[in-house]
Design a protein around this ligand. Structure first.
Ligand code: SAM
Length: 243
């Protein structure tokens, strides 16, 4: 593959040889006013489906413009089939979790409401935009979907049998090896609790579920955002695509 252009842009448009991609006002503003690109400049485009494409600016206007695809510069690289379930916390820390999950290779990001979850609602569109920005910045060709907030108990009622769950429980000690002993599976999820942790009934239910592997993330209690990054690291290095 040839050199990839430095400026990357996610577009919601099919990409292929000779394909013209019309830009939204925001995208045109970013490329032509912020980044000061003009006709003929190169941009890397990806849409989460067709890999990354080198494109050149065909038209550069104040409120719009278009690019023309030249060649594919990277194939679509899918992450492992790993979901990250987390209980939303304060805005900036929730943004951090979504950004890091997208960078670290989660396939889906699912905010869940637990008994002690502080946030009653999330701005799904804003969080999805964070996941897109993270993919643009880290060279990814895939963007994880950010789901709407769902109740954890209802998700567990309908949990797909073939998806294993790694449940991060700060009350455990010395269970890091639990993950290596967990069943072989291709579909996974990680579950991180809220600032107040899980309630006792939630703990009891989670531990009794056949698809759940409780894991410790060490002897210190981590903030939920740190725990999400730690659990993603643990998964990716033992079961995921860092091996
Ligand atoms: N209930 C806790 C307390 O106040 O003592 C705090 C919960 S912690 C801030 C948020 C979440 O991060 C937990 O529900 C758990 O999923 C995860 N977590 C934090 N530290 C952990 C550890 N050492 N091992 C496993 N999970 C941890």
């Amino acid at each position: 593959m040839s050199d990839r252009p430095k400026i990357r842009l996610h577009v919601d448009h099919p990409l292929g040889p000779g394909q013209t991609v019309d830009l939204s006002r925001d995208q045109a503003n970013y490329l032509f006013n912020v980044m000061r690109l003009g006709p003929g400049a190169e941009v890397a485009l990806f849409n989460g489906r067709d890999g990354e494409w080198r494109a050149v600016v065909a038209e550069a206007g104040k409120r719009g413009g278009s690019l023309s695809c030249v060649e594919q510069t990277a194939p679509l690289l899918l992450p492992p089939d790993l979901w990250l379930l987390f209980a939303p916390i304060k805005k900036a820390r929730t943004d951090f979790i979504v950004e890091k999950a997208a960078e670290m290779g989660a396939a889906r990001i699912l905010p869940v409401q637990t008994e002690f979850t502080n946030a009653e609602r999330i701005r799904q569109d804003r969080l999805q935009a964070h996941a897109i920005e993270a993919a643009e910045q880290c060279g990814g060709t895939f963007v994880p979907e950010v789901a709407e907030l769902q109740r954890l108990d209802r998700m567990l009622d309908d949990w797909p049998e073939d998806r294993q769950m790694i449940y991060a429980d700060e009350a455990l000690a010395g269970a890091a090896e639990a993950l290596s002993a967990a069943p072989r599976a291709t579909r996974w999820a990680i579950l991180i609790g809220p600032e107040g942790g899980f309630s006792e009934p939630e703990r009891a239910r989670l531990r009794a579920l056949p698809f759940v592997t409780p894991v410790s993330l060490g002897p210190r209690i981590l903030r939920a955002d740190t725990a999400a990054v730690a659990a993603l690291t643990l998964f990716q290095s033992t079961r995921g695509d860092w091996r």
